[in-house]
Structure formats: C-alpha cells, structure tokens
Write a protein that binds this ligand. Structure first.
Ligand code: MCN
Length: 794
C-alpha cells in the first residue's frame, strides 16, 4: 500500500483522544514505584558529596548494624563479583584514526568519585526510612581533589584529570566535511559572519523520576527488572551481555507505565545493574525510586556545547560555506549514547534547510567532573539548529536582509537533496512552511505591534528559525558504519484473535507519546475495524519479541512501519483464506473497509470471519496454509525521516527588569502524513515548552571552584510553567516521507529543536535598538538586564 492510499484510510488523520489517558487521569496507571512484591526491600544509594575525590575507605559496619538493614555493598563488592562497567553504545573515531577514550564506568565507584552524586555504595533495608537512616551511617573517607566542570577548563594542560589513565581530558577529536574546500570558500567570500555560542546544559526532569524494582527467582535462576525506561530490550542486552555476564533469556525487563523520559531513560544506569545484581545476593526483591534532588545529580544531563561558528556568503547573502568548532561536555563518564550526540546527530544537521555547498565541523569532546551528558529531547539536532539559525539571523542583520529573505534565498528547493554533511533529504517544502508561518504569525502586523509596545515603554522583537531534523534514525548498516554498536530496526507483531480483535506487540515504548492510540489507529485503518478493537502491548521483553525502543522520534516511522509490514503479511494470508472460502483465486481477492471481495463479483466476506476461520480451520486449505493469524515483522528503514518547519517567535521585553515575555509563538511543521493531529499538536506543545524553557529559564550550573551542582532543585533550576507561554499557533505542511509506508516523519522532538533560536533571535531583535548584540541562553531577566546595562555603558 502506498503512502497516499494509506493517508486516505479511515482513522488516519482523526483527532482521537488518547485511549491511555483514562487510566492515567483516574490514577490507574501502573508505574514502577507502584510495583509491590512479597518481601520487598528498599535501596538507597550513598553518593559522593565531592566532585572529585579519592575514596580511601568505605566503612560499612555501622550501617550494616543499623535497624532493618539487610545489606550494604560498595565498589569492592561489585568488583569481587566481576560486575563490569557500563558500556557506551556508539564508537566515535578521532580524525587521527584512534578510537574515542572509553574509561571504565563502574556501577559503584572504584577508588575515586568523579562527580557530585557518583554512586559509592548501596544500602538495602526492610523499609525506605531504615535504608535512608543507614545510608547516613556509611562512613566514606574521601580525599577531596581539584575538579573541572567546563570544557574550557578541562582542555587546559594543567587541568585536573578526570581519568588518571588518560593523557588528558579529551574523549575524541572528530571532524566532518572538507576543510580545504571550506577554507577556500571563505577566502573568496564577500562577507563572513562570526558567532560564539553556548548551548546551556539542561536537566531532563521527567514527571516520574527514575525507578527500578529487581527480583531474583531462585527456582528458575532468573531475574525480573521493572524499570522506568524507554527501551527495555536494549537495557536487557547491555546489562546481560556487557555488564553482568548473564544469559539474556534469564532476565526479563519490564518498562511499565513511564511518566516521561525525554531521552534520560534510554540509558543503562548504574542503579539498574546494582539492584539486579543485589537481588540475587539477598534473594529478595529490591525497590529504588529516585528522589527529585537525586535526579538532578545523577540523571544524564543534556546539551552543554561551546561553539564558534563562521558563515561565508557572497555579496547577495547566498551561503558559500559554514565552519564550526564545538567543544562538547561528556561529563565524568560516557553514558550509553553520549558519544554520538555531538557528532553524528549534530554535525550532520549543519546544512539545515540551505544549499550551503560546503560545511566543515570539528568537534572535541571532553571529560569533566559532572554528571554524564547524553541525549535529551532533540539530542544534537537542537544544538545544530541553534547554531545555524542564530548565525543565519545574525548574517541577515549584517547583510541588511530580513530574516525571511535570507532564508528564502538559500532554501533547498529540489529533492532528493544530498547535503555536504552526509545526509540525503528525501522530500520537503521549506518555502511553504515559511509562507504559512508568516501568515499565521501575522508578520505583516508586527511593525504596528512593536509601536504599541514602545508606547508602553516595552521592547518588541521577532525571531525566525527554519529548522530541519533527522529522526526515525536508520538504517542499521549505515549507522553501524558510523560507529553504532546496535541495530536501529524495529519489531511489530500483530496477533489477530479468533473473534477478530487484535493485540499488537511493538518494540517501541510509549512514555507519553500516545502510541496506544495512534498505533491502534494504524491497525484499525488497515484492517477496517474500530481502534477500540486493538490493544497495543509494549515495554516487556517477556511479551514483545524484540525492540530497539523509543527515542529520536522513531516510533511511528520505524515502529509503526514494522507493524505495517506485519499487517501486509496478515493481509496476504487472510486473502488466501478468503480465496479458499469464496472459491476464487488469491489474485482476484481485494481487501478494503474490512471486507474481502472477489473482483468483478458481489461475493464478499468480513475480516472477522476470516479471523475465526484461521483459528477454527474446518473449511481451510490446511495442505497449503498454517492455521492462525499472527505475524511478525522486523523493519529496518532505508533512511531517516526529515521533519522541517519554520517557527516565528515574538517577545516583549521590559528594559527596566529584563523580563522577557513570549507574546506570540507560531510553529509550522512538516511531519508528513499525520496519524493523529491532536497527539501531534500535544507533542509540538511539549517540545516548545522545553525549547522555550531552555531559551528563557532552564540552566544547569556547576560551581567552577568546588564542582558542586548549584542548580540542584526546582528552587534554583527554573522549569517553565503554563503561564510562561502564550497560546501556540500550530500549522502543518505535508510532504509525505518517501522512506516509510505511512508517509510519516517524527514529531516528538521538533518543538524542542526549532524553538530556542526563534526565541533568542526575537530577544536579540528586541534588544538591538539598545545596542545589545549578543546573549547566551537562558535569556533570564538577570542576564537580559545585565546585557542592557553593559550596552548602555559601552
Ligand atoms: N505521530 C502522528 N503523526 C506523525 C508523527 C507522529 O500521529 N506524522 C504520533 C505518533 O504516532 C506518536 C506521537 O505522534 O503517537 C510521537 O511520535 P514520534 O514522532 O514517532 O515520536 P516517538 O513516539 O518516537 O517519541 C519520541 C519522542 C522523543 S525522541 C522524545 S525525547 C519525547 C517525545 O517523543 N519524549 C517525550 N515526546 C514526549 N512526550 C512525552 N509526553 N514524554 C516524553 O518523555
């Protein structure tokens, strides 16, 4: 079935309310912390209060003797049981041909703690309170050492070393593009725009903190781990094969209802391994639920880039070349996918929506004494978009062009388009998005609105961002060639029951994205049944054949496509059954609207009757066909999908206080075919909240002297709230993806990718009359006010 036929099916494009919301809104969700087991015990982790310290000794005796304590383990105990370190799933090779540095990442510290919050010991007790009390009695003799928290300091020759066995703090020095050609283009440029940018570090803060419950079953010598996680099969694979040396089939990982992840729950964390290992040691189930203040310290953080960018143009503002140098903070250890974020997911996006013929990006990754940094909603693509869309707007101002005009002059307009940074875009219509955004944002009325703001003593600015992103990450063989140590396919099993209802087992994992609704729409559309007749099962290695999980906005385009493939097989088999029942040849059977018909006749049979026949095969071609209607497909796409769009932000700034108010925000996206516009809109809203939050409020700060996390709670880390946003204006353009049979492109990250530069361009546009030329995120009132004062003095 082609993408156009698919888009015209019933239920496709229908704004169904989410099936799963009933249980979430009525308190019937089953989260990891809701798991209750006989004999359950509780774990608390003893964490390093120092950014960098030698651990001289860990005295566990007092804690072990404390009331209710069952066990206390430290790094020596895990080492004695040969529990390995956490692996990194993507190998990046430096430009000199050497592999990235992968220092050991122990699940409990071995001799040294390397960031505030690093895991030093685990205390397990009958109750949570007893575990907490006992944890305070673990006496760790630390020798504090100097620390380094930012990349600028980490690269200094004299910088404190994060890993003694490495010659310096560098993880890799990687580059993409042809430097010679780029340098030549710069030499011939009529104008060069230059910009220094910081992409601020963020803390993910999903609504449900991480949690795990591990149970060892002595009868089968096997384990069950319930964990708040986005990809249970990958978690199991990494944990069994790379860390614990267990047979994979002896561990069942269940990620039940998960209250958000935003990337931070993709990874295999130390806590998950410690609990699984310790559950056998004590032969009792153990629960750990992360506290919010603990999550600030030990969840993988996002972003943290420092970049210098240069854009070369001809006299008309046409882009000739882009040159980028980026330092990326990896934190103290390499988290599961950390290495690919500032490289494969970043530099490959630096062509953006433009025909820039040459791009060269150099990325240096550094270890620091901070929490590991990994993918967070957008992962590399927000960093690329921020850099590109900021410098494009800056270039417009320097060239005397409008933000609209410079983009339009450089848009890619013919497809497929091979960028100079490896990616090949299949389809898109960038001018259409820009036109629609201009219209919806009422750009024509901006000058009048600016005047009205000025009359009230306020500044008003408008900012554009035309983003592109690559999601639905694939194919496996290309990813493998680029260093991926995992496949990037997805799996779908469609089980038609004898009565015609359907259960689908998917390797994607829904943790807020509404898969139980949208995947059901896909199946219902194909089989001509009601979405209520379809249940979606996910997040359980014991029920789902396999899965690569949810991240990189891949679920509908890869997971949904796998289900489509399984449905193709269901349809093909059902047609054979129908042909037998209708005494026709297979080739003459058509299937539409839930009915099988014989072409050119009025003979027909409903889908439900075929399902029943498959399981009660009395009148059935048993010599040619197996009974049953249950099909599985593994689907590995041929390319990414490339959502793109234009966002326009309008801000109003009070120059007396520095407060920025987002007055209007328009987002026009091209996500190809929309399965459920309501869910898509919700996804865009969520992404915008995170992107605007990054631009205006959120900022993770470590103290440069002590390495302490200064923004360790919501008192100091400003999360955006509903009243920080206007009513978003959301529009769509549709060029169906040519990569998958649904024509979809991922929508889960776009808002977070496209919005930060739109906001910052608007802020800088508003501040331009005061002489403020530059500002880093977040544009907090304090920073804006300081910038205004500095400009006034200059
Ligand atoms: N969809 C659609 N039509 C399209 C595209 C998508 O109807 N053309 C629907 C999909 O069927 C799905 C939802 O929109 O129900 C998101 O689909 P997709 O873009 O494929 O993204 P994923 O489901 O793979 O979700 C991952 C993405 C990422 S990477 C992050 S980070 C993120 C996000 O989704 N984290 C989230 N959205 C989140 N939303 C919530 N509530 N919580 C998170 O942790």
């Amino acid at each position: 079935m082609g993408a156009t036929d698919f888009a015209n099916l019933p239920h496709i494009g229908e704004a169904l309310v989410r099936k799963e919301d009933y249980r979430f809104l009525t308190g019937a969700g089953q989260y990891t912390d809701d798991i209750d087991l006989a004999g359950l015990t509780y774990a608390v982790f003893v964490r390093s209060p120092h950014a960098h310290a030698r651990i001289r000794s860990v005295d566990k005796s007092a804690a072990r003797a404390a009331p209710g304590v069952i066990a206390v383990f430290d790094g020596q105990d895990v080492a004695a049981d040969k529990i390995g370190g956490l692996p990194c799933g993507w190998l990046i090779t430096s430009t000199d041909g050497t592999p990235m540095k992968e220092p050991p990442h122990p699940v409990l510290a071995q001799g040294k703690a390397r960031y505030v919050g690093d895991h030093v010991a685990i205390v397990i007790a009958e109750t949570l309170e007893q575990a907490k009390n006992a944890a305070e009695q673990v006496v760790v003799d630390y020798e504090p050492l100097p620390s380094v928290v930012d990349t600028g300091s980490a690269k200094a020759v004299e910088a404190p070393r994060v890993h003694d066995e490495l010659p310096d703090n560098n993880c890799y020095r990687w580059a993409l593009g042809d430097k010679t050609q780029v340098d030549a283009a710069f030499a011939s440029a009529a104008h060069v725009t230059r910009l220094d940018l910081v992409n601020n570090r963020l803390v993910p803060n999903a609504m449900e903190p991480r949690a795990a419950v591990a149970q060892y079953n002595r009868a089968g010598d096997d384990y069950t781990l319930w964990v708040s996680n986005q990809n249970p099969h990958v978690e199991r694979l990494l944990m069994t094969a790379f860390v614990m040396g267990l047979p994979e089939h002896k561990v069942r990982v269940i990620a039940p209802d998960v209250g958000g992840g935003f990337g931070s729950k993709i990874y295999l964390y130390a806590e998950d391994v410690c609990l699984t290992w310790a559950s056998k040691k004590i032969n009792r189930p153990i629960k750990w639920t992360c506290e919010r203040s603990e999550a600030f310290l030990c969840d993988a953080h996002g972003r943290d880039h420092v970049s210098h960018a240069e854009l070369a143009m001809d006299k008309d503002g046409r882009f000739l070349a882009l040159r980028v140098q980026t330092d990326a903070n990896m934190g103290a250890y390499l988290s599961t996918f950390a290495s690919c974020v500032p490289t494969i997911l970043y530099a490959t996006l630096l062509a953006g929506q433009y025909t820039t013929p040459q791009v060269y990006a150099e990325v240096h990754a550094w270890f620091t004494h901070t929490s590991p940094v990994d993918a967070y909603r957008g992962a590399g693509r927000p960093e690329a978009t921020y850099l590109l869309e900021r410098i494009v707007t800056r270039a417009a101002w320097e060239m005397g062009l409008s933000q609209d005009e410079i983009r339009r002059r450089n848009f890619i307009t013919s497809f497929p388009y091979q960028t100079p940074v490896a990616l090949q875009y299949d389809v898109g219509d960038y001018p259409a998005c820009l036109n629609k955004a201009n219209e919806m944002a009422d750009v024509a009325g901006f000058a009048a609105r600016r005047q009205a703001s000025e009359a009230r003593g306020l500044l008003r600015g408008i900012g554009y961002s035309s983003y592109i992103e690559a999601c639905g990450i694939a194919p496996s063989n290309i990813a493998g060639a680029l260093g991926a140590r995992a496949g990037l396919f997805e799996v779908g099993e469609v089980r038609v029951h004898p009565t015609g209802s359907v259960t689908v087992f998917t390797g994607s994992h829904s943790h807020g994205q509404g898969h139980e609704t949208t995947f059901a729409q896909v199946v219902a559309a194909r089989l001509g049944i009601s979405p209520d007749q379809v249940d979606i099962v996910h997040g359980d290695t014991g029920r789902v054949p396999f899965g690569m999980g949810t991240y990189g906005s891949r679920s509908i385009s890869v997971g949904g496509a796998a289900i489509m493939r399984a449905l193709d097989k269901i349809e093909a088999k059902a047609k054979k059954i129908a042909a037998h029942l209708l005494e026709a040849s297979d080739a003459d059977i058509d299937f539409a609207n839930g009915e099988f018909t014989v072409r050119g006749t009025d003979k027909k049979i409903p889908f439900a009757q075929i399902a029943l026949t498959a399981y009660v095969p009395h009148n059935y071609p048993l010599d040619k066909l197996e009974p049953g209607l249950n099909e599985t497909a593994f689907y590995d796409p041929t390319n990414f999908t490339f959502p793109a769009g234009t966002y326009i932000c309008e801000v109003e700034i009070d120059p007396e206080t520095g407060e920025v108010r987002v007055d209007r925000f328009t987002a026009v996206d091209d996500f190809g075919t929309l399965i459920n516009p309501l869910i898509v809109e919700g996804q865009v809203h969520g992404g915008l909240a995170q992107g605007i939050g990054q631009a205006l409020l959120e900022h993770c700060v470590y103290d440069r002297e002590t390495g302490q996390l200064l923004t360790g709670s919501f008192q100091d880390y400003a999360m955006p709230r509903a009243d920080d946003f206007p009513e978003f204006r959301i529009g769509h353009v549709c060029t169906p993806s040519t990569v998958n049979p649904l024509g979809t492109k991922g929508c889960g990250e776009a808002g977070a990718i496209g919005s930060p530069p739109a906001v910052m361009n608007a802020v800088l546009d508003a501040l331009a009359p005061l002489g403020v030329r530059d500002l880093d995120m977040p544009a907090s009132p304090n920073r804006v006010w300081q910038a205004i004062q500095a400009a006034r003095k200059a």
